[in-house]
Design a binder for this molecule. Structure first.
Ligand SMILES: Nc1ncnc2c1ncn2[C@@H]1O[C@H](COP(=O)(O)OP(=O)(O)OP(=O)(O)O)[C@@H](O)[C@H]1O
Ligand SMILES: [Mg+2]
Length: 227
């Protein structure tokens, strides 16, 4: 994991997003965050704009305020308000939960991006499928903007039409697909940074809320070279 951390050492804010629902964005975001937390003495911060992170981490359904409330508030909120919204999670993670719907007072998503970029910990944002302003803003302003993509024609159509351009692609590989790494790179115009197999063991760990504690070595290896 040392190499992984060195590579990502200069990257302060990593946004994972998809152009089509169900691509594996939350699974990849949590895996990346858990990998980074292992090599960071202060752990990692995972901001959830997609809404599924607590379930994947096996946390109780959040009932308090979250990013939605913070984004809806004006600029007068105390400086430490975001920090107080953090929820401790397994595997060295702290989570900023989605909270209510994600309306955004003007300029608040940009402020959120700046605050997260200034955090001394590695910060990973699950932007979801970026149909909303905060997700798109975070994905556009992150140091690494990673499109999570299954190599299928329909997902590629959505990726090409997305208003965002990723700095890299995390390919979630399924057996039997005729489209591969080169096709995806050519169509999207960005390099594939890591390939993760669709694996029933991953699905089971996710369903059990144990995903960050059961990361297969193959996934850790793949993400080590994700930069
Ligand atoms: N590599 C994988 N192997 C097996 N199952 C996977 C893998 N990645 C994701 N899944 C499964 O696919 C489903 C969708 O994954 P996930 O929730 O991460 O997608 P998403 O892009 O975040 O979806 P949404 O758009 O709803 O936020 C989940 O049931 C998850 O367990
Ligand atoms: Mg999701």
């Amino acid at each position: 994991m040392a190499a992984f951390h060195r590579v990502w050492g200069v990257v302060v804010l990593i946004a994972c997003w998809s152009a089509k629902g169900g691509s594996g964005t939350t699974v990849v975001s949590v895996a990346l965050a858990a990998c980074l937390a292992r090599s960071s003495p202060s752990g990692a911060l995972l901001a959830d704009l997609g809404g599924d992170v607590p379930a994947v981490l096996g946390l109780p359904e959040p009932s308090g305020p979250g990013l939605g409330e913070w984004l809806a508030s004006g600029h007068g909120v105390p400086a430490d308000a975001l920090r107080r919204l953090e929820v401790p999670a397994p595997a060295g993670l702290a989570v900023l939960c989605t909270g209510s719907d994600l309306p955004s007072a003007p300029g608040r998503a940009e402020v959120l991006a700046a605050v997260l970029a200034a955090d001394p910990r590695p910060v990973i944002v699950d932007c979801g499928s970026t149909g909303h302003v905060p997700g798109a803003t975070l994905a556009a302003s992150a140091s690494a903007s990673l499109l999570v993509l299954r190599p299928c024609y329909l997902a590629l159509r959505h990726a090409v039409r997305a208003p965002l351009r990723p700095s890299g692609i995390i390919l979630v590989r399924e057996p039997g697909r005729s489209l591969g790494r080169r096709d995806v790179e050519e169509v999207v115009g960005a390099p594939v940074r890591a390939e993760i197999d669709v694996d029933p063991a991953i699905a089971r760990a996710v369903d059990a809320g144990l995903w960050p504690l059961r990361l297969p070595r193959s996934v850790q290896r793949a993400l080590r070279h994700a930069a």
